[in-house]
Design a protein around this ligand. Sequence first.
Ligand code: HEC
Ligand code: HEC
Length: 387
Amino acid sequence: MKSRILLAFSVLLSFGQTAGDRVLPGSPLPGIRSRELELFRLGLEDFIAIETAEDGLGPSFNGNSCASCHSVPAVGGISTMTEVRAGHRDEDGKFTVLNGGTLYHLFSIPPHQCQVQIPAEANVIARRAPIALFGDGLIEAIPDQTIIALEDPEDRDGDGVKGRAARLTDVATGHPRIGRFGWKAQHATLLAFSADAYMNEMGITNDLFREEAALGITPEQLKRCSPKRGIEDVRNRRTGLRSIDNFENFMRLLAPIGRGPIDSEVRAGDGLFKSTGCATCHTPLLMTGPNVNPLFDSQRVELYADLLLHNIGTGDGIEQEPATGEEIRTPALWGLRFRRSLLHDGSAATAEEAIRRHGGEAKRALDRFTELTDKDRRALIHFLDSL
Ligand code: HEC
Ligand code: HEC
């Protein structure tokens, strides 16, 4: 039985509140119907539930609840933690996955005989920061074709910006899809990401990720460390839902963070964001497709991202399908004012620092940013602070 924490109740009581006409972070999508609100509540409850070894946590893991890494400024957000990926790159640049994976868990359950260790052959070690989940249901509802229409892998228009759609097979359906979630655009659906995270962040096996894993730990050792047998994420008798369904529902129905106050400097900064070339990758608006659910039917998604893979010179060297070591998916900038630190590895303290790290495909945009007058640069940053 999962332990529920009191926080659950305060969170449950507060959601749906608005400040003026603004939706508070952590609220469900405006217009949500009662059946969906119930699914959102169940999802939130499971998302914040602390798992133990008896629930299947571990034997090695990165966190004991989804919310342990997704909670700032509200459940569904980010946290200050980063996780570790590692591998080997030889002199010719060929990347090799060691021990069958690249994600090295930070923790293990007592008596810690399955604590993973980065092997001596690893010469690439990279950190990854959490990504906020606000508005992810709208991002999921953007048609693949919309993302494909934005790609330009050969740079045919000669603007220096390429961008490649992340072609992959969705583990939830087995269908070919365009990835959009994760720093490497490694998943197309929230169900697939939920199942991946449940297994790979928390060590809880489920219908989509059935094998327990701890890098470098032998199968025999793993059996001794993992007290639970079989699939650990089973359907709840009362609701008929698996935890991975609950996580999917919570994230799908979680509202995006609304814009902050917009003054004349913000408006000026908005114009500069476009004229500087930032909007080429940080696409201000995408639309969801036709959808039987009105919450997702032809909705505006003001995410500030094209969801494509780019090489802007910040790549972490980790090859992870569908991305190369150099590629990172353009992060959405909505909700930016609530996020620190920035970049995939959390290495930038401020938006300006993150911008100054742009190179490669974003070199021209960076040059134009650098050439701005101090006043214009301040306006652009002020605009980012309104997102
Ligand atoms: C140990 C910290 C940690 C825990 C626990 C964790 N996450 Fe994450 N989450 C991350 C990090 C780090 C990323 C970025 C990973 C990447 O792309 O490599 C991420 C990314 C995501 C994304 C992609 C969001 C987007 O818009 O691109 C989703 C969805 C997600 N997590 C859901 C979950 C769910 C559901 C759980 C619980 C089953 C969970 N996470 C548990 C750290 C965590
Ligand atoms: C060629 C595409 C491209 C262009 C042009 C571009 N960016 Fe980015 N931007 C990215 C990618 C990719 C990342 C993620 C890099 C990473 O994390 O390593 C990023 C990250 C960021 C971040 C950090 C976001 C976060 O959540 O960590 C900010 C802020 C940002 N860009 C602002 C800008 C601004 C302002 C401009 C214009 C001066 C700009 N970008 C131009 C692709 C681009």
